[in-house]
Design a protein around this ligand. Structure first.
Ligand SMILES: C[S@@+](CC[C@H](N)C(=O)[O-])C[C@H]1O[C@@H](n2cnc3c(N)ncnc32)[C@H](O)[C@@H]1O
Length: 312
């Protein structure tokens, strides 16, 4: 049972028991196509399988955690307190690329992170570059306001400095534990449909697509979050139908408005009142209607999960 390394929007720690209660008692490999913070994966520590996310910075991060935990920890130990003075030996010690004054170390690191050419095909080019990229992501994730990773429309990370008495951005024990949990796991950077090739009969797939809290009157057709829109939701339903045809178990979390879609498709669907731990809209925090849909027959479900109240 490992705790997630990154704080991530839509983190699933509060819902672990509801999710586990649908898991089959026995299954082959485990796959998680929308990895994010990986709360379920890290808690479960499956022996073998795949994880995936479309976010290339996130995927680089987990590959570095898996393959080079000690290099990552060493680099993180060199970072300064977020409120310290900028480091004169690094770029943006005085002003950022827009000419705006940089007065705190946090904003210097944010500028460095944002100027990295991560969309390039060759990115990140070298091993040192991969470690630097991963270290920056964890440092900013742990020192920014609310631990919220958010990109604006042009791909910039624009969250301000957080207020923490004693922030821990190294988390050496957690990084090492996560590294062990990821050992033997294939980490992909693709669209979720890769799972149609990756998962075989008897495997288990847990899917947690991006979604935002919706009011009861919200219209499915207008729904879009993190670029995940109605057509993606339709592809997702088609994907789990194909998994079902292939004898693959799936458990899927989704927004409450998707209830009928999965019910009409003949899957077992239940509503869960859940609290998303982080939401991009401050005012929308609170109780959210979520569903969990699955093709796992009740008679094949296992024991209640591993998470206990003491862990929260
Ligand atoms: C709700 S989050 C998953 C949260 C995760 N369960 C946790 O505990 O932190 C959804 C993730 O899906 C990723 N994503 C968005 N579109 C995707 C796509 N088409 N295929 C795969 N991943 C996608 C996002 O980058 C995001 O990290």
């Amino acid at each position: 049972m490992v705790k997630p390394v990154l704080k991530w929007a839509g983190g699933k720690r509060q819902l672990l028991d509801e999710i586990y209660s649908r898991f089959p008692a026995d299954y082959g490999r485990y796959h998680e196509p929308f990895f994010g913070g990986g709360a379920v994966f890290f808690d479960l520590e499956p022996a073998d399988g795949t994880v995936n996310d479309t976010n290339p910075r996130l995927v680089n991060f987990y590959r570095v955690v898996r393959d080079e935990p000690d290099a990552l920890i060493s680099r993180l130990r060199e970072f300064r307190d977020p409120e310290a003075d900028p480091d004169d030996s690094e770029a943006f010690a005085d002003e950022n690329w827009k000419g705006k004054a940089v007065e705190q170390y946090f904003y210097q690191q944010r500028a460095r992170f944002n100027r990295r050419a991560y969309a390039d095909e060759e990115w990140p080019a070298t091993e040192a570059d991969r470690v630097e990229e991963a270290a920056l992501l964890l440092y900013l994730n742990r020192t920014c306001y609310n631990g919220l990773y958010r990109e604006n429309s042009s791909g910039g990370f624009n969250v301000p400095i957080g207020r923490y008495a004693d922030p821990d951005w190294v988390m050496a024990d957690r990084v090492r534990a996560a590294s062990r949990a990821l050992d033997g796991t294939d980490i992909r950077n693709a669209d979720f449909e890769y799972v149609l090739d990756a998962a075989g009969e008897g495997d288990l797939v847990y899917l947690d697509p991006p979604y935002q809290p919706m009011s009861a009157t919200a219209n499915f057709a207008e729904y879009s979050a993190e670029g995940f829109d109605r057509s993606d939701q339709e592809r997702l339903l088609a994907t789990v139908e194909r998994l079902d045809d292939a004898g693959v178990y799936f458990v899927l979390s989704n927004s409450g408005v998707m209830y009928e879609l999965y019910d009409d498709a003949g899957f077992a669907v239940e509503k869960e009142g859940a609290t998303r731990s982080i939401n991009s809209d401050e005012t929308a925090r609170g109780e959210v209607d979520e569903i969990v849909a699955t093709n796992v027959p009740e008679g094949e479900r296992g024991e209640q999960g591993q998470a206990s109240i003491a862990d929260f």
